[in-house]
Design a protein around this ligand. Structure first.
Ligand SMILES: Nc1ncnc2c1ncn2[C@@H]1O[C@H](COP(=O)(O)OP(=O)(O)O)[C@@H](O)[C@H]1O
Ligand SMILES: Cc1ncc(COP(=O)(O)OP(=O)(O)O)c(N)n1
Length: 504
């Protein structure tokens, strides 16, 4: 291939992906088209193979006749100027031969070859007898982007166990092929996730340009190699400088990995969020974010409504021991919750929010004291038993951990279920109680009456509104963290109501 892959300047690069299809949209041509668009290019694709796969793995591969691939390449190439090509899954020898012939004829200015062999799931995407043909094709690329197992397989060696050994393998592959090799750190162990461009044609230390990176803690890495290589082809068509292109793309990919939780796609290794950097086309309406949190917790809320604790409390058949356990744990919980609300007040971005959470914190202590003065005074044994039960401990540890993380928005989401779910349970209980023919006889009637407190209902509405506003103005990554914190607290609410049955 030509020694250097030049850039065409500020126009919109027309980038052709020659790759396989992933119907789940995370890898293959689907990832390539998103990445090319995310980098400001115009994406096209010639499909080498169709896979049936999702975030858990590949279940089938169909490779159309090579003549059909040749027809796709001819259709694109005969009409459209191709500024850059990204090559991904090639399936078998015939496909490789077809692509090789087309490259030799058209000689595109930028060719990035991602030598896809085996998916992360362990499924083969290249026939074992096609590896030699793939080795030969590498010489027709400007940049080759193997992951560590692919790099080793291309050299016929074991996978490098250290970064230095990987760089050495990259240098030897570059020597053999004449292409620049991007050595990728995605498969390394540990917190570091570097990448390095290795060009054996350059003498001395300039032959390795390393970009350090830290590992994003996520399992959503499906299609990172596809996304990286197609994004690099796109940016390179504009800059003509691999090191500059890699710096831009690595930063973007990091953001895509960080925001990947927002997508909630699949149950295995999910895709990255290719458009994390683009602002939402339709901004969230007031209330919309909070409603989505509420909807996400629908199953847990239904489970709470169906708990024996709730129905027995409502019917008055709850054992006094279970009730006393609940009250004692509630008192302990409220004390910790008060501190967490005080932290929300300290982090709050406005005086209104600061005052709101501070007042919530004060009220918690007041309710805790009231519990001891009234209900727990009738259960001195429970009241004197000050140890936190396992659920109370886990719930308050979760809240304290979120409060230590320093994000006001995430903390607001974490404390919200205690308002919102409690208010929902209270409304159901007090509604049922008020409808009874003999509400006066109920052993827990006075307690249930406290649920109907209008001041608490109003505080809940304000807590919902503040959390919603924090979510709407936050980043995508922040909203994902808020969802996680809200969901975890909702589960702890369920466990808290169920704890008397398990631990009293
Ligand atoms: N958890 C992660 N955090 C940050 N970057 C990552 C992570 N996983 C992969 N990458 C980056 O994604 C790109 C693809 O890397 P890699 O996973 O090694 O390739 P492949 O997807 O082909 O197996 C590289 O730039 C690598 O540094
Ligand atoms: C159709 C298709 N092409 C390539 C891959 C491999 O994707 P890659 O980005 O190398 O990484 P994983 O998805 O395997 O993590 C694929 N799965 N499907």
């Amino acid at each position: 291939m030509a020694a250097d892959a030049g850039g065409r300047g500020p126009g919109i690069p027309r980038v052709l992906s020659i790759a396989g299809s992933d119907p789940s949209g995370g890898a293959g041509i689907q990832a390539d088209l998103k990445s090319i668009a995310a980098m400001g290019g115009y994406g096209m694709c010639a499909i080498t193979a169709l896979t049936a796969q999702n975030t858990r793995g590949v279940t089938a591969v169909h490779t159309p006749p090579p003549e059909f691939l040749a027809a796709q390449l001819e259709a694109v190439g005969s009409d459209i100027t191709v500024d850059a090509v990204k090559i991904g899954m090639l399936a078998d020898t015939e496909v490789i031969r077809t692509v090789g012939e087309w490259l030799a004829r058209t000689r595109p200015g930028v060719v990035v070859l991602d030598p896809v062999m085996v998916a992360t799931s362990g499924d083969r995407l290249l026939a074992p007898d096609a590896e030699d043909a793939l080795r030969c094709l590498l010489a027709q690329a400007h940049l080759v982007t193997p992951n560590l197992p692919e790099l080793a397989a291309l050299l016929g060696e074991p996978t490098a166990a250290s970064w230095d050994k990987a760089l050495d393998q990259g240098r030897r592959l570059s020597e053999r092929t004449g292409a620049v090799v991007l050595v990728k750190g995605g498969h390394l162990e540990g917190a570091a996730c570097p990448d390095a461009l290795v060009d054996a044609r350059v003498a001395g230390s300039g032959s390795v340009v390393e970009l350090p990176g830290t590992r994003v803690d996520t399992r959503n890495t499906h299609g990172t190699g596809c996304s990286l290589s197609s994004a690099l082809a796109t940016v390179q068509a504009r800059t003509g400088d691999w090191a500059r292109s890699l710096a831009v793309v690595k930063e973007w990919l990091r953001g895509a990995l960080e925001a990947s939780d927002e997508l909630e796609v699949g149950h295995g290794h999910g895709p990255v969020h290719h458009f994390h950097h683009a602002r939402a086309a339709v901004p969230l309406a007031p209330g919309e974010f909070a409603e989505s949190l509420w909807r996400d917790a629908e199953k847990v809320r239904a489970e709470i409504a169906a708990l024996p604790f709730v129905s027995e409390l409502s019917a008055g058949t709850l054992s006094p021991e279970d009730f006393a356990y609940y009250l004692a744990q509630d008192a302990l919980y409220l004390n910790a919750y008060s501190r967490v609300l005080a932290r929300a007040s300290a982090l709050a971005p406005s005086e209104a929010e600061q005052a709101f959470w501070a007042e919530g914190s004060r009220v918690c202590l007041e309710v805790e004291a009231e519990l001891h003065r009234t209900w727990l005074a009738h259960h001195p044994a429970e009241a004197s038993q000050r140890a936190m039960g396992p659920v109370t401990k886990a719930y308050t540890d979760h809240l304290l951990a979120v409060s230590a993380s320093g994000s006001y928005a995430v903390l607001a989401a974490a404390v919200l279920p205690c308002y919102w779910i409690y208010a929902e349970v209270g409304a159901a209980l007090s509604g049922r109680h008020a409808a009874r023919a003999d509400p006066g006889d109920h052993p827990y009637g006075a307690w249930i009456g406290t649920y109907a407190d209008e001041a608490f209902a109003e505080a809940t509405r304000r807590a919902v509104a503040f959390t919603d506003a924090a979510g709407r103005s936050g980043s995508g990554a922040e909203r994902a963290a808020m969802r996680e914190a809200f969901g975890a607290s909702a589960v702890y609410e369920r466990e808290f109501f169920d704890a008397p049955r398990r631990f009293a």
